[in-house]
Write a protein that binds this ligand. Structure first.
Ligand SMILES: [Zn+2]
Length: 101
């Protein structure tokens, strides 16, 4: 699939809908690692176009710790509070530019 086509599809999938990297990799039939690489560019172009790129942070499924300060798109390795690694994937969503502002 062509690069721009792929990123456009990714933006369409995330349009007002939360998805994680696994969901995107299944929809687009690419590896999760590639999803993250493309997301960096998608975030940049969405912001440049006046839209919003929303990152719903990872959460520890064992103690409930939320990785609020984390800006990286990938899933963290382990929880700083309980030191375990049963973590929910971060979720992504795009709110397109409303045309105004
Ligand atoms: Zn934890």
């Amino acid at each position: 699939m062509e690069l721009q086509t792929l990123r456009r599809k990714m933006i369409a999938l995330l349009n007002d809908r939360e998805m994680d990297a696994r969901g995107l990799s299944e929809e687009l039939r690419i590896k999760e690692k590639e999803v993250y690489a493309h997301l960096v560019h998608v975030e940049r172009s969405v912001l440049a176009a006046g839209g919003k790129f929303i990152l719903v942070p990872s959460q520890c499924l064992l103690c409930g710790y939320v990785f609020e300060d984390r800006r990286r798109l990938t899933r963290p390795g382990r929880c700083p509070r309980c030191r375990r690694s049963k973590l929910q994937n971060p979720l992504f969503r795009i709110v397109p530019s409303s045309g105004g502002a």
